[in-house]
Design a protein around this ligand. Structure first.
Ligand SMILES: [Zn+2]
Length: 393
């Protein structure tokens, strides 16, 4: 038997895509890094516009004249702010989230379909996030000195509730989930789930190809709402079983190791840091933005000021959150290899993700911008695994 060379095997996988395809993926990925910055600039400009326009302060005054309770004031102002912000940012969203995806051939969704989904998700987001903001302002009023500390608990509750509800109430609005058809793929996934203590009764296929050509699956939900869902792209591209096992094994790794809960926990801690900084920076940033109509931190008309501060912190904190998620992704790869031993199945699927995440970034670029390990490194790890765990056949 010839000696297996992991480096050569990795190079062979990467060479399945022609150099032009790699170049295009690099252009898309690196353009995406810049998009983070421009996206922030756009949202800061929109925030300044809203705050100088004074529409939120006018709305708040009107509600107060009618003797509305503070909870209602912050809910209405919060929802209106989220809607106005989405409308003003729409040209940017069209460019970044639809037109650019289309240019790179990463979606085949028509504009009308995209816009319709955008409208629905904006409306849902405004209601749900409006409730979060209402609770946040209640905290600010009740505990003006320590609200930022309590905000961590509020964030944890909000994320957990969203994780439980998303697969039941939100995801079905955008995609049709149907039980996976009987056959070898389903049998395989059921067997994998049973062997690893993952709910095996809820295995779904959804029409993911509608929004994206990405080759993907996920295990989402918490407690009773957990289920395995595979995009129909996995079936259209002629999935082989090794590939399904590699990918679904990765997703099961996220579930079995409770990555969502860990990430929610760390995000809640980061929220405390972020809200502490909001507490300290609100006054100077409000002055800088010319927010004369805003009465202070407790005034929901100051939401655009909050948005700018959180936008800066989000941008600066992204390497931290990216790294956190990247560690979970590595762990899920390892779970897949260790439990299902499909290094080639996993690698074959990974090659298909290169078009939207370039395979061989620089080390620093990976740390700063990648929320998944680079595919080149992931395949190499799979091939190293293969070298160390030859299959008996
Ligand atoms: Zn993953």
């Amino acid at each position: 038997m010839a000696l297996f060379d992991p480096a050569a095997a990795t190079a062979a996988y990467l060479a399945q895509l022609p150099p032009e395809a790699h170049a295009k993926a690099t252009a898309y990925t690196q353009g995406g890094h810049w998009l983070l910055l421009w996206g922030f600039v756009v949202s800061a400009l929109v925030s300044v516009l809203i705050v100088r326009w004074g529409v939120l302060a006018a709305l708040r005054r009107r509600l107060e004249r009618r003797k509305s309770r503070p909870v209602l004031v912050s809910l209405v102002v919060g929802v209106v702010y989220l809607l106005v912000d989405s409308v003003l940012s729409l040209p940017w969203s069209i460019y970044a989230d639809w037109w650019r995806q289309k240019q790179y051939g990463l979606t085949s969704q028509a504009f009308a379909g995209w816009l319709g989904e955008q409208a629905i998700s904006t409306a849902i987001g405004a209601v749900l996030f409006g409730l979060f903001l209402t609770a946040l302002y209640a905290l600010i009023r009740k505990a003006p000195r320590s609200w930022w500390l309590w905000s961590g608990g509020l964030t944890a509750v909000f994320i957990t509730v969203m994780m439980v509800l998303a697969p039941i109430y939100i995801e079905p609005i955008f995609n049709r989930y149907t039980p996976a058809p009987a056959g070898p793929v389903r049998d395989q996934v059921v067997a994998m789930a049973r062997a690893n203590g993952i709910p095996a009764d809820k295995i779904f296929v959804y029409d993911g190809s509608k929004q994206s050509n990405a080759y993907t699956a996920n295990v989402s939900g918490l407690f009773g709402s957990a289920r395995v869902a595979m995009s129909d792209t996995m079936f259209k591209q002629g999935a082989d079983l090794a590939e399904v096992r590699g990918v679904v094994g990765h997703e099961m790794g996220h579930y079995a190791h409770h990555h969502a809960l860990w990430i929610a926990g760390v995000m809640s801690l980061l929220a405390i840091v972020a809200f502490f900084l909001v507490d300290r920076l609100f006054a100077p940033v409000a002055a800088l933005m010319g927010a004369e109509t805003v009465r202070g931190l407790a005034d929901p008309a100051g939401l655009p000021v909050l948005a700018v501060i959180l936008g800066v912190l989000g941008l600066l904190g992204q390497p931290v959150t990216n790294s956190l998620i990247r560690i979970a992704e590595s762990d899920a790869d390892h779970y897949s290899l260790a439990h299902f031993n499909e290094p080639d199945g996993l690698s074959k699927a990974l090659v298909k993700t290169i078009e939207y995440r370039a395979a061989t970034p620089g080390k620093l670029e990976e740390i700063l911008f990648y929320d998944h390990p680079a595919v080149g490194n992931r395949i190499r790890r799979a091939m190293d695994w293969k070298a160390a765990h030859p299959k008996a056949d």
